[in-house]
Design a protein around this ligand. Structure first.
Ligand code: NAD
Ligand code: UDP
Length: 312
């Protein structure tokens, strides 16, 4: 039995990862400060004999003997990471230093949840891992984008300097149950608005694109990445390469919910990327033919069911 630490484990992705790791017979420590996560996401795991919950902030050092660390702690939605941008940078950078220090000391493998935001507003499309990105260092999204970029640098340097066994995955837009209803991200916003027959808030003209990955596909990819040999460090993209405009996404959600919502257009936020789509050839090669399997209608239907129960 492996002992595994998941930072940010009470969040959207972390809660799915904790559940999957427990189901596969691991001993899981879920660490979270509950900034955007919630005990509600993991309450069904609390009685499990091999699940432990720790209230802790990754900007402070932490010690436990574990075999693997998944470092997910960081707010991921623009409204949340922009709420206290200095704290967001601290979480990414000091969190990475603390968790890498722990991994070095106890000789654990450590996986970093990096992001497609390292590509910024990408000039190369789709985005391969070799693309260095187009990031504004002083804009509204910089605390997150640059924090995550610095965390990647730290991971690579701990690997080169101290031989820490690192894995870096760049996660593209992911959705599914356990997203917070007021999270502010596009899938949760549109579903909640559609279910309440309220206006669907499209920022800009809705022609910007994103590629949406269902959370189960991501969790599978992250676990396969953790199990690769020590020579595989990444960064590796994990995302669904099927690209939609935001307007198309709104249409799908209106159809699937049978909503009477109308579209309301408002101003596009600063530095909002125009396009985003992962090149997943590297993941496919390194992760035993990993590809996303859940297509958008199936994933949205499951997510809509979750929100129906959540907001009624
Ligand atoms: P989330 O906000 O639901 O989860 C983040 C979790 O981290 C929350 O439980 C939060 O309380 C916790 N946290 C935040 N700051 C912390 C701190 N200082 N100390 C301890 N815990 C802290 O977001 P998510 O979508 O589950 O994202 C998880 C990770 O995946 C993040 O690192 C995010 O950057 C990355 N990611 C997510 C996406 C996506 O589309 N969901 C895309 C790219 C990258
Ligand atoms: N978006 C939107 N309406 C919303 C929320 C988001 O039009 O209510 C847009 C947003 O401007 C962006 C896209 O949807 O172009 C994805 O936004 P999200 O915050 O989910 O993720 P990110 O921009 O980080 O990819």
């Amino acid at each position: 039995m492996k002992r595994i630490l998941v930072t940010g484990g009470a969040g959207f992705i972390g809660s799915h990862l904790c559940e999957r790791l427990l189901n596969e017979g691991n001993d899981v420590i879920c660490l979270d400060n509950y900034f955007t996560g919630s005990k509600k996401n993991i309450v069904h795991l609390l009685d499990h004999p091999f699940f432990e919950l720790v209230r802790h902030d990754v900007t402070q050092s932490y010690y436990a003997e574990v075999d693997e660390i998944y470092n997910l702690a960081c707010p991921a939605s623009p409204i949340h990471y922009q709420y206290n941008p200095i704290k967001t940078v601290k979480t990414s950078v000091m969190g990475a230093i603390n968790m890498l220090g722990l991994a070095k000391r106890i000789k654990a493998k450590i996986l970093q949840a990096s992001t497609s935001e390292v590509y910024g507003d990408p000039a190369v499309h789709p985005q391969p891992e070799s693309y260095w990105g187009n990031v504004n260092p002083v804009g509204a999204r910089s605390c997150y984008d640059e924090g995550k970029r610095c965390a990647e640098t730290l991971f690579m340097d701990y690997h080169k300097q101290n031989q820490v066994k690192i894995k870096v995955v760049r996660i593209f837009n992911t959705y599914g149950p356990n997203m917070h209803p007021n999270d502010g991200r596009v899938v949760s916003n549109f579903i909640v608005q559609a279910l309440k027959n309220k206006d669907i808030t499209i920022y800009g003209d809705g022609s910007q694109t994103r590629s949406f990955q269902y959370v189960d596909d991501l969790v599978e990819g992250m676990m396969r990445m953790m199990h690769t040999g020590n020579d595989v460090t990444g960064p590796v993209n994990l995302g669904n390469p099927i690209e939609y405009t935001i307007l198309e996404l709104a249409g799908k959600i209106i159809d699937l919910t049978g909503s009477k919502s109308k579209i309301n257009y408002s101003e596009l936020p600063q530095d909002d990327p125009v396009q985003r789509k992962p090149d997943i050839r590297m993941a496919r090669n390194l992760l035993n033919e990993w590809v996303p399997h859940v297509e958008i209608h199936e994933g949205l239907t499951k997510t809509i069911e979750y929100f129906k129960n959540k907001i009624q």
